[in-house]
Design a protein around this ligand. Sequence first.
Ligand code: NFS
Ligand code: SF4
Length: 657
Amino acid sequence: MAEEKKAKQKYYGPADKRTIDPASEAVIANRCDDGFIDLFARSDAMYPRCKFGSEGVCCRVCAMGPCRVQPDKPGKDRGVCGANVDTIVARNFIRMVAAGAAAHSDHGRAVCETLLAVAKGHSKDYEIKDEQKAIKVALDMGIEVGDRPIVDIVKDIAELALAQYGQQQGEVLYTKKAPLKLQEKWRELGVIPRGIDREIVEILHRTHMGVDHDYEHLLLQGARAALGDGWGGSMIATELQDILFGTPEPITCDCNLGVLEEDKVNIIVHGHEPLLSEMIVAAASSEDMLKEAEKVGAKGISLSGICCTANEILMRHGVPPAGNFLQQEHAIMTGAVDAMIVDVQCIMPSLPEVARCYNTKVISTSPLAKFPGAEHIQFDEDDALNIAKKIVKKAIENFPNRPDKVFIPDEKEQFIGGFSHETINYLLGGTFRASYRPLNDNIINGKIRGVAGVVGCNNPKDTHDWGHTEMIKELLKNDVLVLVTGCTAIAVAKQGLCRPEAAAKYCGPGLAEVCETVGIPPVLHMGSCVDNSRILIAATAMVKEGGLGDDICDLPAAGAAPEWMSEKAISIGQYFVSSGVYTMFCTTFPFTGSKNVMEELTVGMEKKYGGMWDFEMDPVIAAQKMIQHIDKKRKALGIDKARERVLFDMEKRREMA
Ligand code: NFS
Ligand code: SF4
């Protein structure tokens, strides 16, 4: 009976709940009936979803196709060219890696270019905010520091970082930050990226019709490009953004749609690159813009964010996130948003249409990305503040056009964000000597069972935010410290998990004690998706601190993306796996059509890297599998005796479903 009901339900999660976020729920209930179809309805309209696509067995890389292969049907078990299901699924998989790695890495490239311009005295509206970090990065990169002027050092950093993209031979520089044992594994397998761009291009070449057909060989190239993302493009983005905008420090902030303010001009920045959003922050708080706002009868300007750009400006300025990926339409549906400013990635092309109902201005800014129906004001780093002001002015001018029906839900939740690798080091290690020693010690003594990185998107195939929340609560209950980024971070911040009080409420006794002693939340918000590189650095620091093995795969740690949707998530997943992390994906896994590929993603990769993919729909069972993996690693390290096993309450879970 319950199964039947489930089968009819068009999303995974508690029945009759599209979202567990009361703010989104209220907005949906209040939305105008002007006939636009919201994203949940659009998702439902896509059923039945194609089974071939869902399993990854459809190939359309050449015009003899599309070939939809059925491995158990003789005659239909190969495409026109003869490609079998393993080739097709592996090609589809690594093409997702290529697109994801390209998106992250291009973001990093833009940061390099701006930093270089700043060092050369152009792009005058930006400055070098964190000289300490610049020196640290220079030392990491082998750039001479001495008593050279900081702009010279930064120029070298930007040039060397930029060179990583077009490098043809050798090894992408930051892979050398990984534990030595891991580097050796990579070298032996031939998966150290030569250059960031090169590996992405090579995926496109190898997956062209008639080139590489060996699934294992294809997946190795996927790993190489993904490592060029995690230990290349994304890491460069994070490190250089810290130099340019400052290394984040813990900061208290509100989040959710309730941060919108009825009597102020509401501006939302949505997308990914802080180059733009940083300048919007500056413009929105400038005297002249505040005066302009007054002129139209507004009591000020209220800035907030959606998606990862929200995380970037939250971490550095305390600008509140208004919501995560699935809330982008909901924000506009409040009727209170005067302008939504977008750049690149995870921005729904539906926005201009939704915006028409509520007189919201959607302004696109990236030379890469235009949206039919949106106004385009192209951003230019060399004239950044002026353009940002021009954009802010558009929002101000739109303030008097608010629709009659404005509905801002009350919900907002306080949380702490801004945990960089540097601040974790400092918080746990104390003022005198920053170190990961106390963290490692608390893992060894069993108070902390392990560490999990939970990241990624939302997906309307799941109940919004439910997967993130359920998984993380299960982990906390079992004394697993959780690091979050991206839309996961916003999801659980809204649920109250990113505040110190959450320790007593949700954690097992060991983790609660540690969090309460140090005064940190049990879920540490580490930033945007490119900041997953901070998790790699933190994991490496734990290895180097000692006592937990000599490679990332020895750590009692796991990764997950419970509500993933984007190709970037696949690239992240692959670089986590290739760095030795057991990585759990929920929602869907469009590669299940090939037994051999699934075997390679799991067992095969665990042999190669020590990390592996896993897939499980139910977020709580998924969490339990992660805990099992953590326990396996504790046992291998000989530290399993320190703690007793917590029994899982499966019965309660079933009741819920
Ligand atoms: Ni990551 Fe950020 Fe969100 Fe997913 Fe999109 S915003 S880069 S891809 S949806 S977490
Ligand atoms: Fe079909 Fe082969 Fe062309 Fe793919 S490459 S569409 S399997 S013929």
